[in-house]
Design a protein around this ligand. Structure first.
Ligand SMILES: Cc1cc2nc3c(=O)[nH]c(=O)nc-3n(C[C@H](O)[C@H](O)[C@H](O)COP(=O)(O)O)c2cc1C
Length: 207
């Protein structure tokens, strides 16, 4: 239990990678962590495509936004985390509204991936900053499959390998909403309606 929290708390979205490749057995443990994730009705909608060849890697990097391109290009392993909505078992509410579960299921699997990577001393940084149609073309992904994140994975490298603006971000303290905004007892609490940007302002002003 303590070991899990340690791995979760150690994880940071850093950007400096070492050149050292990720060994095949280490990579396999990442996919096993994805595989064992729970999913609604055991639907397992999560899929992964790893960009192996130089051509596919290049196309995937090109599909990232410019800010991500400048550091993610150095990651030894680039993988698109996908979900297949057609595999879902959506839940229907009494008012007829529908709850899709595929993104939630794939999110849990991605959380497993990040935790396992951290526990093995890897840096795994998910990115939503990409163009989905371009990722589809880069990796031959069909139109009915959703690209959720691209993960940049590798061993941590030296922060001074990064441009100045990114280097400064490597060790900024982890910022989170106060616990009272996260968890409430018995009923919704007004502090839960406050978003991170507003919390950040209030905390900076000493509220
Ligand atoms: C779904 C998702 C998408 C993200 N997309 C990006 C991204 O495109 N580029 C980036 O630099 N970081 C991205 N991040 C990293 C977040 O910025 C980071 O997790 C957040 O600032 C908190 O920092 P921490 O992970 O170090 O605690 C993403 C994280 C998640 C979970």
């Amino acid at each position: 239990m303590a070991e899990i929290l340690e791995a979760l708390a150690l994880r940071r979205a850093r950007r400096a990678y070492d050149l050292r490749p990720v060994e095949a057995d280490v990579e396999e443990a990442l996919w096993e962590a994805v595989s064992v994730a729970p999913s609604h009705g055991n639907s397992q909608p999560t899929r992964v495509v790893v960009a192996r060849s130089a051509a596919r890697r290049g196309a995937l990097v090109h599909a990232l936004n410019e800010g991500n391109q400048q550091w993610a290009v150095a990651a030894p392993l680039l993988a698109a985390i996908l979900a297949v909505p057609a595999h879902d078992f959506p839940q229907t509410n009494s008012d007829g509204t529908v709850r899709d579960m595929w993104a939630f299921n794939a999110g849990i699997a991605t959380g497993n991936l990040l935790a396992q990577a951290t526990a093995m001393g890897l840096l795994a940084h998910p990115m939503a900053g990409f163009d989905e149609p371009a990722v589809r073309v880069a990796l031959d992904i069909p139109g009915d499959v959703r690209v959720l994140v691209v993960a940049a994975i590798g061993y941590p490298g030296r922060a001074d390998s990064l441009p100045d603006d990114l280097r400064k971000k490597e060790d900024i303290p982890q910022e989170r909403v106060p616990r009272t905004a996260l968890v409430a007892d018995d009923s919704w609490h007004e502090s839960q309606a406050i978003g991170w940007r507003e919390w950040r302002k209030r905390l900076a002003e000493g509220h």
